[in-house]
Design a protein around this ligand. Structure first.
Ligand code: AMP
Ligand code: MG
Length: 352
Protein backbone atom coordinates (compact mmCIF):
# COMPACT_ATOMS: atom_id res chain seq x y z
CA UNK A 1 0.00 0.00 0.00
CA UNK A 2 1.51 3.31 -1.01
CA UNK A 3 1.14 6.74 0.42
CA UNK A 4 0.68 8.54 -2.93
CA UNK A 5 -3.04 8.71 -2.19
CA UNK A 6 -2.14 11.50 0.23
CA UNK A 7 -2.15 14.75 -1.77
CA UNK A 8 -1.75 18.42 -0.90
CA UNK A 9 -5.07 20.07 -0.01
CA UNK A 10 -3.60 23.49 -0.89
CA UNK A 11 -3.26 22.36 -4.53
CA UNK A 12 -6.41 23.40 -6.39
CA UNK A 13 -5.82 20.84 -9.15
CA UNK A 14 -5.91 18.04 -6.56
CA UNK A 15 -9.20 19.33 -5.11
CA UNK A 16 -10.64 19.27 -8.65
CA UNK A 17 -9.54 15.64 -9.05
CA UNK A 18 -11.12 14.80 -5.69
CA UNK A 19 -14.38 16.48 -6.80
CA UNK A 20 -14.32 14.43 -10.00
CA UNK A 21 -13.92 11.21 -8.00
CA UNK A 22 -16.95 12.24 -5.93
CA UNK A 23 -19.00 13.12 -9.03
CA UNK A 24 -18.29 9.61 -10.37
CA UNK A 25 -19.64 8.00 -7.21
CA UNK A 26 -16.32 7.61 -5.37
CA UNK A 27 -15.31 8.45 -1.83
CA UNK A 28 -12.45 10.74 -0.71
CA UNK A 29 -11.05 11.86 2.64
CA UNK A 30 -10.72 15.60 3.22
CA UNK A 31 -9.75 18.03 5.98
CA UNK A 32 -12.18 20.04 8.06
CA UNK A 33 -11.43 22.18 11.11
CA UNK A 34 -12.78 19.48 13.47
CA UNK A 35 -11.37 16.13 12.24
CA UNK A 36 -10.74 14.61 8.78
CA UNK A 37 -13.92 13.49 7.00
CA UNK A 38 -14.73 10.67 4.60
CA UNK A 39 -17.02 12.17 1.99
CA UNK A 40 -19.47 11.18 -0.74
CA UNK A 41 -22.02 13.09 -2.84
CA UNK A 42 -25.05 13.33 -0.53
CA UNK A 43 -27.47 12.64 -3.40
CA UNK A 44 -25.66 9.49 -4.60
CA UNK A 45 -27.00 6.62 -2.48
CA UNK A 46 -24.50 4.05 -3.72
CA UNK A 47 -21.57 6.34 -2.96
CA UNK A 48 -22.92 7.02 0.54
CA UNK A 49 -23.20 3.26 1.13
CA UNK A 50 -19.47 2.98 0.40
CA UNK A 51 -18.74 5.25 3.38
CA UNK A 52 -20.47 2.80 5.70
CA UNK A 53 -18.56 -0.14 4.16
CA UNK A 54 -15.14 1.51 4.32
CA UNK A 55 -15.58 2.68 7.92
CA UNK A 56 -17.34 -0.53 9.01
CA UNK A 57 -19.94 1.86 10.35
CA UNK A 58 -23.32 0.35 11.34
CA UNK A 59 -26.11 1.60 9.08
CA UNK A 60 -28.01 2.98 12.09
CA UNK A 61 -25.45 5.78 12.58
CA UNK A 62 -26.50 8.81 10.45
CA UNK A 63 -24.05 11.11 8.67
CA UNK A 64 -23.51 14.85 8.86
CA UNK A 65 -23.99 16.67 5.55
CA UNK A 66 -21.51 19.44 4.74
CA UNK A 67 -22.48 22.56 2.79
CA UNK A 68 -20.28 25.30 1.33
CA UNK A 69 -22.79 28.09 1.92
CA UNK A 70 -25.66 28.55 4.42
CA UNK A 71 -28.11 28.92 1.51
CA UNK A 72 -27.39 25.31 0.45
CA UNK A 73 -29.03 24.06 3.65
CA UNK A 74 -32.40 24.70 2.01
CA UNK A 75 -31.61 21.83 -0.42
CA UNK A 76 -31.63 19.53 2.61
CA UNK A 77 -34.05 20.92 5.24
CA UNK A 78 -37.79 21.43 4.71
CA UNK A 79 -37.74 24.62 6.76
CA UNK A 80 -35.20 26.79 8.56
CA UNK A 81 -36.76 28.24 11.74
CA UNK A 82 -35.54 31.65 13.04
CA UNK A 83 -33.51 30.03 15.85
CA UNK A 84 -31.56 27.94 13.31
CA UNK A 85 -30.95 30.99 11.10
CA UNK A 86 -29.60 32.87 14.09
CA UNK A 87 -27.22 30.07 15.12
CA UNK A 88 -26.09 29.73 11.50
CA UNK A 89 -25.32 33.44 11.37
CA UNK A 90 -23.15 33.25 14.45
CA UNK A 91 -21.46 29.88 14.11
CA UNK A 92 -21.10 29.00 10.41
CA UNK A 93 -18.62 28.24 9.04
CA UNK A 94 -17.65 26.35 12.18
CA UNK A 95 -17.98 23.22 14.33
CA UNK A 96 -21.74 23.43 14.94
CA UNK A 97 -24.10 20.86 13.38
CA UNK A 98 -27.85 21.46 13.37
CA UNK A 99 -30.47 18.72 13.07
CA UNK A 100 -33.83 19.59 11.43
CA UNK A 101 -36.53 17.79 9.37
CA UNK A 102 -35.17 16.61 6.01
CA UNK A 103 -36.40 17.03 2.45
CA UNK A 104 -37.37 13.90 0.50
CA UNK A 105 -34.35 14.45 -1.78
CA UNK A 106 -32.00 13.44 1.05
CA UNK A 107 -31.58 9.65 0.75
CA UNK A 108 -32.62 7.62 3.81
CA UNK A 109 -29.23 5.94 3.90
CA UNK A 110 -27.69 9.32 4.84
CA UNK A 111 -29.97 9.76 7.86
CA UNK A 112 -30.28 6.07 8.80
CA UNK A 113 -33.99 6.36 8.12
CA UNK A 114 -34.50 9.30 10.51
CA UNK A 115 -36.88 12.05 9.35
CA UNK A 116 -34.21 14.64 10.18
CA UNK A 117 -30.81 15.48 8.69
CA UNK A 118 -27.70 16.90 10.38
CA UNK A 119 -26.00 19.76 8.48
CA UNK A 120 -23.00 22.01 8.99
CA UNK A 121 -20.68 24.32 7.06
CA UNK A 122 -17.01 23.48 7.77
CA UNK A 123 -14.34 26.15 8.25
CA UNK A 124 -11.68 24.81 5.90
CA UNK A 125 -10.91 26.16 2.44
CA UNK A 126 -10.22 22.78 0.82
CA UNK A 127 -13.47 21.33 2.21
CA UNK A 128 -15.50 24.32 0.96
CA UNK A 129 -13.89 24.18 -2.50
CA UNK A 130 -14.49 20.43 -2.72
CA UNK A 131 -18.21 20.94 -2.09
CA UNK A 132 -18.36 23.82 -4.62
CA UNK A 133 -16.48 21.93 -7.34
CA UNK A 134 -18.76 18.92 -6.85
CA UNK A 135 -21.81 21.18 -6.94
CA UNK A 136 -23.62 19.17 -4.23
CA UNK A 137 -23.35 18.97 -0.45
CA UNK A 138 -21.08 16.19 0.86
CA UNK A 139 -22.17 13.58 3.40
CA UNK A 140 -19.19 12.82 5.62
CA UNK A 141 -18.51 11.17 8.95
CA UNK A 142 -15.05 11.14 10.53
CA UNK A 143 -12.51 9.28 8.36
CA UNK A 144 -11.65 6.52 10.85
CA UNK A 145 -12.78 2.99 11.58
CA UNK A 146 -16.09 3.06 13.43
CA UNK A 147 -15.69 3.38 17.19
CA UNK A 148 -11.96 4.17 17.05
CA UNK A 149 -10.23 7.45 17.87
CA UNK A 150 -11.01 10.13 15.24
CA UNK A 151 -8.31 11.21 12.74
CA UNK A 152 -6.75 14.66 13.12
CA UNK A 153 -4.03 14.14 10.46
CA UNK A 154 -3.98 12.70 6.93
CA UNK A 155 -1.54 10.05 8.17
CA UNK A 156 -4.08 8.88 10.77
CA UNK A 157 -6.69 8.54 7.97
CA UNK A 158 -4.20 6.53 5.93
CA UNK A 159 -3.44 4.21 8.83
CA UNK A 160 -7.15 3.44 9.39
CA UNK A 161 -8.60 3.52 5.88
CA UNK A 162 -5.62 3.59 3.49
CA UNK A 163 -6.86 0.61 1.52
CA UNK A 164 -10.49 1.65 1.15
CA UNK A 165 -10.11 5.30 0.24
CA UNK A 166 -9.05 6.58 -3.19
CA UNK A 167 -7.60 9.93 -2.15
CA UNK A 168 -6.74 11.82 1.03
CA UNK A 169 -6.47 15.63 0.84
CA UNK A 170 -3.78 16.58 3.35
CA UNK A 171 -4.04 19.98 5.04
CA UNK A 172 -1.82 19.19 8.04
CA UNK A 173 -3.08 18.70 11.61
CA UNK A 174 -6.61 20.07 12.12
CA UNK A 175 -7.05 23.13 14.36
CA UNK A 176 -10.03 22.08 16.55
CA UNK A 177 -9.34 18.37 16.96
CA UNK A 178 -12.78 17.37 18.28
CA UNK A 179 -15.95 16.69 16.30
CA UNK A 180 -18.68 19.31 15.92
CA UNK A 181 -21.28 20.08 18.55
CA UNK A 182 -24.58 18.53 17.42
CA UNK A 183 -27.81 20.38 18.30
CA UNK A 184 -31.37 19.36 17.48
CA UNK A 185 -33.60 22.37 16.94
CA UNK A 186 -37.06 21.90 18.42
CA UNK A 187 -39.16 25.04 18.08
CA UNK A 188 -37.45 27.67 20.21
CA UNK A 189 -35.26 25.13 22.03
CA UNK A 190 -31.97 23.45 21.14
CA UNK A 191 -31.23 20.01 22.47
CA UNK A 192 -27.62 18.90 22.79
CA UNK A 193 -27.03 15.58 21.01
CA UNK A 194 -23.24 15.68 21.19
CA UNK A 195 -20.86 18.15 22.87
CA UNK A 196 -18.07 19.30 20.55
CA UNK A 197 -16.05 22.12 19.04
CA UNK A 198 -18.44 24.95 19.97
CA UNK A 199 -18.89 25.16 23.75
CA UNK A 200 -22.28 25.26 25.44
CA UNK A 201 -21.36 28.56 27.04
CA UNK A 202 -20.96 30.11 23.57
CA UNK A 203 -24.24 28.69 22.27
CA UNK A 204 -26.13 29.76 25.36
CA UNK A 205 -25.31 33.37 24.60
CA UNK A 206 -27.83 33.02 21.75
CA UNK A 207 -30.23 30.26 22.76
CA UNK A 208 -31.09 28.05 25.73
CA UNK A 209 -29.69 24.52 25.41
CA UNK A 210 -31.28 21.45 26.94
CA UNK A 211 -28.64 18.86 27.73
CA UNK A 212 -29.52 15.22 27.32
CA UNK A 213 -27.86 12.80 29.67
CA UNK A 214 -27.27 9.29 28.33
CA UNK A 215 -30.61 8.06 27.01
CA UNK A 216 -32.41 5.27 28.86
CA UNK A 217 -31.35 1.79 27.71
CA UNK A 218 -32.93 0.87 24.40
CA UNK A 219 -33.82 4.44 23.48
CA UNK A 220 -31.77 5.39 20.54
CA UNK A 221 -31.82 8.94 19.40
CA UNK A 222 -28.35 9.92 18.32
CA UNK A 223 -25.29 7.74 17.91
CA UNK A 224 -23.08 10.53 19.28
CA UNK A 225 -24.71 9.46 22.53
CA UNK A 226 -23.44 5.87 22.20
CA UNK A 227 -21.79 4.96 25.48
CA UNK A 228 -18.60 3.55 23.96
CA UNK A 229 -16.89 5.41 21.13
CA UNK A 230 -13.64 7.16 20.21
CA UNK A 231 -11.74 4.28 21.90
CA UNK A 232 -8.17 3.05 21.37
CA UNK A 233 -7.40 -0.69 21.24
CA UNK A 234 -5.31 -0.55 24.42
CA UNK A 235 -7.11 -0.80 27.79
CA UNK A 236 -8.08 2.78 28.58
CA UNK A 237 -9.29 4.24 31.83
CA UNK A 238 -10.22 7.68 33.09
CA UNK A 239 -8.77 8.19 36.58
CA UNK A 240 -11.20 10.13 38.76
CA UNK A 241 -8.64 11.44 41.28
CA UNK A 242 -5.65 13.78 41.11
CA UNK A 243 -2.22 12.88 39.77
CA UNK A 244 -0.94 12.58 43.39
CA UNK A 245 -3.68 10.07 44.15
CA UNK A 246 -2.82 8.11 41.05
CA UNK A 247 0.86 7.95 42.04
CA UNK A 248 -0.15 6.78 45.52
CA UNK A 249 -2.22 3.94 44.07
CA UNK A 250 0.61 2.93 41.77
CA UNK A 251 3.09 2.93 44.66
CA UNK A 252 0.83 0.51 46.54
CA UNK A 253 0.53 -1.65 43.47
CA UNK A 254 4.30 -1.72 43.06
CA UNK A 255 4.72 -3.03 46.62
CA UNK A 256 2.09 -5.73 46.17
CA UNK A 257 3.63 -6.85 42.90
CA UNK A 258 7.13 -6.91 44.38
CA UNK A 259 5.98 -9.30 47.08
CA UNK A 260 4.53 -11.59 44.42
CA UNK A 261 7.58 -11.09 42.19
CA UNK A 262 5.34 -9.90 39.37
CA UNK A 263 6.20 -7.20 36.81
CA UNK A 264 4.53 -3.81 36.80
CA UNK A 265 2.11 -3.18 33.93
CA UNK A 266 3.42 -0.87 31.21
CA UNK A 267 1.34 2.25 31.70
CA UNK A 268 0.96 5.33 29.51
CA UNK A 269 -0.38 8.53 31.01
CA UNK A 270 -2.61 10.96 29.14
CA UNK A 271 -2.35 14.12 31.18
CA UNK A 272 -4.05 17.50 30.82
CA UNK A 273 -1.07 19.66 31.90
CA UNK A 274 1.12 17.85 34.45
CA UNK A 275 4.17 15.75 33.67
CA UNK A 276 4.68 13.74 36.84
CA UNK A 277 8.27 12.63 37.37
CA UNK A 278 7.63 8.98 37.88
CA UNK A 279 9.13 5.74 36.69
CA UNK A 280 5.64 4.22 36.71
CA UNK A 281 4.92 5.62 33.27
CA UNK A 282 6.40 4.21 30.13
CA UNK A 283 5.17 7.32 28.29
CA UNK A 284 3.42 10.57 29.20
CA UNK A 285 1.42 12.65 26.72
CA UNK A 286 0.68 16.16 27.96
CA UNK A 287 -2.28 17.80 26.22
CA UNK A 288 -1.45 21.39 27.14
CA UNK A 289 1.41 22.38 29.47
CA UNK A 290 -0.15 25.84 29.76
CA UNK A 291 -3.55 24.41 30.79
CA UNK A 292 -5.25 25.68 27.65
CA UNK A 293 -8.36 23.58 26.96
CA UNK A 294 -8.51 24.56 23.28
CA UNK A 295 -4.92 23.39 22.78
CA UNK A 296 -5.71 20.23 24.78
CA UNK A 297 -8.67 19.44 22.48
CA UNK A 298 -6.55 19.85 19.37
CA UNK A 299 -3.95 17.40 20.74
CA UNK A 300 -6.33 14.84 22.25
CA UNK A 301 -6.89 12.26 19.50
CA UNK A 302 -3.32 12.38 18.22
CA UNK A 303 -2.01 11.79 21.76
CA UNK A 304 -4.34 8.81 22.24
CA UNK A 305 -3.23 7.34 18.90
CA UNK A 306 0.43 7.81 19.85
CA UNK A 307 0.02 5.96 23.15
CA UNK A 308 -2.07 3.29 21.44
CA UNK A 309 0.85 2.41 19.16
CA UNK A 310 3.20 1.68 22.07
CA UNK A 311 1.82 -1.76 22.99
CA UNK A 312 1.17 -0.62 26.55
CA UNK A 313 -0.87 -2.64 29.03
CA UNK A 314 -2.95 0.34 30.06
CA UNK A 315 -3.53 4.00 29.22
CA UNK A 316 -4.65 6.12 32.16
CA UNK A 317 -6.19 9.53 31.44
CA UNK A 318 -6.37 12.35 33.97
CA UNK A 319 -9.42 14.62 33.98
CA UNK A 320 -9.69 18.10 32.46
CA UNK A 321 -12.01 20.79 33.87
CA UNK A 322 -15.56 20.45 32.55
CA UNK A 323 -15.84 23.97 31.19
CA UNK A 324 -15.75 25.38 27.66
CA UNK A 325 -14.43 22.77 25.26
CA UNK A 326 -13.32 20.75 28.33
CA UNK A 327 -16.90 19.49 28.51
CA UNK A 328 -16.46 17.85 25.08
CA UNK A 329 -12.97 16.55 25.98
CA UNK A 330 -14.40 14.81 29.06
CA UNK A 331 -17.23 13.39 26.93
CA UNK A 332 -14.64 11.78 24.61
CA UNK A 333 -12.51 10.48 27.53
CA UNK A 334 -15.57 8.99 29.21
CA UNK A 335 -16.72 7.31 25.98
CA UNK A 336 -13.23 6.02 25.20
CA UNK A 337 -13.02 4.41 28.65
CA UNK A 338 -16.59 3.20 28.84
CA UNK A 339 -17.31 -0.48 28.44
CA UNK A 340 -13.75 -1.20 29.59
CA UNK A 341 -12.46 -2.23 32.97
CA UNK A 342 -11.99 0.61 35.45
CA UNK A 343 -8.61 1.40 37.00
CA UNK A 344 -9.18 -0.71 40.13
CA UNK A 345 -10.53 -3.66 38.13
CA UNK A 346 -7.52 -3.51 35.87
CA UNK A 347 -5.09 -3.52 38.78
CA UNK A 348 -6.88 -6.34 40.57
CA UNK A 349 -6.82 -8.52 37.49
CA UNK A 350 -3.28 -7.68 36.48
CA UNK A 351 -1.26 -10.94 36.12
CA UNK A 352 -3.55 -12.81 38.47
P1 AMP B 1 -19.53 11.66 12.89
O1 AMP B 1 -19.77 12.37 11.61
O2 AMP B 1 -18.95 10.30 12.75
O3 AMP B 1 -18.76 12.51 13.84
O4 AMP B 1 -20.95 11.40 13.55
C1 AMP B 1 -22.08 12.15 13.25
C2 AMP B 1 -23.00 12.17 14.43
O5 AMP B 1 -24.03 13.17 14.22
C3 AMP B 1 -23.79 10.91 14.62
O6 AMP B 1 -23.08 9.95 15.31
C4 AMP B 1 -24.99 11.42 15.41
O7 AMP B 1 -24.69 11.54 16.77
C5 AMP B 1 -25.23 12.79 14.85
N1 AMP B 1 -26.31 12.82 13.87
C6 AMP B 1 -26.23 12.81 12.54
N2 AMP B 1 -27.44 12.87 11.97
C7 AMP B 1 -28.35 12.91 12.96
C8 AMP B 1 -29.79 12.98 13.02
N3 AMP B 1 -30.54 13.03 11.91
N4 AMP B 1 -30.36 12.99 14.22
C9 AMP B 1 -29.61 12.95 15.34
N5 AMP B 1 -28.26 12.89 15.37
C10 AMP B 1 -27.63 12.87 14.18
MG1 MG C 1 -17.08 9.63 14.04
Amino acid sequence: MTQDKIVNAKDDAQIRIAAKILSEGGVVAFPTETVYGLGADVFNEKAVCKIFEIKKRPSFDPLIVHVSDPAEASLLWTDIPPLASQLIRYFWPGPLTLVLPKKAAVPDVVTSGLPTVAVRMPRNDAALKLIRYLGHPIAAPSANLFGYTSPTTAQAVFEDLGEGVEMILDDGPVPVGLESTVLKIEGTLCRLLRPGGVSLEEIEKWAPVVSTDSPPAGVYESPGLLRSHYAPWTAFTLFEGSSEELLKELKQLEETLKEKELPLPRIGLLSFFEKPKSSFFEAVEVLSAKKDLVEAASNLFQAIRKLDKMHLDLIVALKTPREGIGFAIMDRLEKASSGKKGFQDFLENWKR
